[in-house]
Design a protein. Structure first.
Length: 132
């Protein structure tokens, strides 16, 4: 991979697909995609939203309202299913693991929907690939 960020919807999906392909080609532990931090959406002290992909599994953290939106997004991807939802008492967020058996383009489309629909990013948000 030679680029690690994008702010255009088409370019973000290409970025996500390239990151997943690079992850699979390299046999790396995981690929992590992050959206820019938005204090109005995330809160001042909260981290920027992220989505991690490894071995046919997405991993992400969501708060209660985001979890409801995430379930709606997963429903639109028939080959995906939520496998685990963990809400430790001491944590503010819920960790969700989603099995996703698909090609890089469908996985990238899912990531885009998560950032747009679950984390409520606008059309011009900037996404980063922070680990491959």
């Amino acid at each position: 991979m030679t680029r690690f960020d994008a702010a255009d919807p088409r370019e973000r999906q290409k970025l996500f697909a390239d990151a997943i392909t690079a992850h699979r080609t390299r046999g790396s532990a995981f690929a992590t995609m992050t959206a820019d931090h938005d204090p109005d959406l995330d809160g001042e002290d909260s981290p920027a939203p992220w989505v991690q992909f490894a071995d046919k599994t997405f991993n992400l953290d969501v708060v209660s309202a985001e979890l409801d939106r995430l379930k709606d997004v997963v429903d639109d991807f028939p080959a995906f299913r939520i496998d685990q939802i963990e809400s430790p008492e001491e944590a503010e967020a819920t960790n969700v693991r989603i099995t996703a058996r698909s090609d890089a383009n469908h996985l990238a489309a899912f990531i885009e929907r998560v950032f747009r629909d679950v984390y409520e990013r606008d059309e011009e948000y900037r996404a980063w690939v922070t680990a491959v």
